[in-house]
Design a protein around this ligand. Structure first.
Ligand code: SF4
Length: 165
């Protein structure tokens, strides 16, 4: 549903408005308390989408008399929007691209280029020690390539810009 911040309401697919009717505090399983706003449609009578739209059979009100209700944490919605803006910005896109290159690429390099297929020792401590040695070796190798290609001082690959035809 589309949210209209000016009227603090939602518009459903049937063109009806769901307005804020109350607020309540909820506690999550981890003990976090959040405030949710309840939005309600003022009339879902004879709506062709009602069966898909209104879920849950625990309500005491007869289905035909029920109106759609939504519980929304406005803070959560704001944080979600902020997050989306950050990860889709140029810098966010660059970080996501680098994460896939640097993290996923490292596993592939270690397995394929360095032919590391299995640990030589058993036990957590030995496996950890071998992992650390492997990581140090990998990093030295990487630094060597960076020095050779004069890319020291940068820790992120640049985003490739699309070519203009
Ligand atoms: S059931 Fe109510 S909220 Fe859902 S689409 Fe129909 S009118 Fe809109």
């Amino acid at each position: 549903m589309d949210y209209d911040p000016e009227s603090d309401s939602y518009i459903c697919r049937h063109g009806k408005q769901l307005t804020a009717v109350s607020k309540r505090t909820q506690k999550t399983a981890t003990g976090y308390q959040r405030e949710v706003t309840i939005y309600e449609c003022n009339s879902c009578d004879s709506c062709p989408y009602k069966k898909d739209c209104i879920k849950g059979n625990n309500c005491k009100t007869a289905f035909e008399d029920r109106n759609k209700r939504l519980s929304v944490s406005r803070k959560m919605e704001e944080k979600r929007a902020e997050c989306l803006e950050r990860i889709t910005s140029d810098y966010g896109t660059q970080l996501r691209m680098n994460r896939s290159i640097q993290a996923e690429g490292s596993f592939a390099n270690v397995k394929e280029d360095m032919n590391f297929r299995r640990y030589l020792y058993r036990g957590k401590e030995n496996v950890l020690a071998q992992s650390i040695l492997l990581a140090i070796g990998y990093d030295i190798n990487k630094l060597h390539h960076k020095i050779a290609s004069e890319r020291t001082g940068t820790h992120l690959f640049e985003l490739k810009k699309p070519h203009n035809f």
